[in-house]
Unconditional design. Sequence first.
Length: 370
Amino acid sequence: MTGRRGPGCGRREKRERRVLLSIHTKLGALVALAVLVTTGLVLVAVRTHTELRYVTVLAMIATLLVTQFVARSLTAPLDEMNVVAAAISHGDYTRRVVGADRRDELGDLADTINRMADDLEAVDQNRKELVANVSHELRTPIAALRAVLENVVDGVSAADPETMRTALKQTERLGRLVETLLDLSRVDSGTVPLRAGRFEVWPYLSGVLKEATLVTAQRRGMASGSGSHTRGDVHLHLDVVPPELTAHADPERLHQVVANLIDNAVKHSPPYGRVTVRARRGEGPESLDLEVLDEGPGIPKSEWHRVFERFNRGERPGKTAPGSDGGTGLGLAIARWAVDLHGGRIGVAESPRGCRIQVSLPGREERGTA
């Protein structure tokens, strides 16, 4: 099947032609140099009346020396690359090719191998962090659920509504973790469609905040006995101007953004702190500017670029808020993905107190939707 080739294909072909031409040039130079050396020795032999056998021997020695020198300059970097590639294939991603600064094709190849090793090392590190974080998150609810069920089976506790409610909360926590992992798999596969539509911002965000308040209130009663780390003492406040503000976005994806930002803000709020969700009209038609502000210790400016990276557990300076933890470090990464899916922007902004995260969604016209 034929089709239109992308620009990267043409660049690769040009690169391959350039490499092939360079190798031909070096080999041609080797042959030319050997011919020149042999011709020079023949001319010297004719003028000095030297026997042909001596000239032949000298020409062979000179040609072998030149060939050895050129071959060494070509094969030594390849030998090093072979060693590094073999180490990478066995899982050692710390090895690097030294000759990446060469200004030729071998230098380009060495740089490519080093970048590949960097990428593989980052992937391997992310995999290890994912296993560690997920294992940590699974251990607490599983241990609590097991303890509850063991108490019921052993007759220590009765299977009353309160005990079953404890087990249910741990099951719900496990379900939330599974949903987070499913969201991550959707991010990687890129198969999530965007179903944007017009909606009223106030009732929509009010519902998101009520859901968050209900969840935290339910977990607050279970925090001491269930091992839950969710805060329940933080006040959530909604500020929408004008009250009749409308926007054009995917409500489900936007819910992921707001819920994850609220969850992150609540985790890092001081005792009985306040988290504010602020919504304003953006620059374009039915565009939306959102802000989520907390009263926690804030984020150093040097760390702003890492806030939305995967597995960044959101550590902030100062004392950790009671009952908070960094989670799996995937919530803000998923929020950034959902905003990018809309063609919007998300980032940390200056704030006199705590942390302020801004989200801008372009609305209908800039996305070209009907």
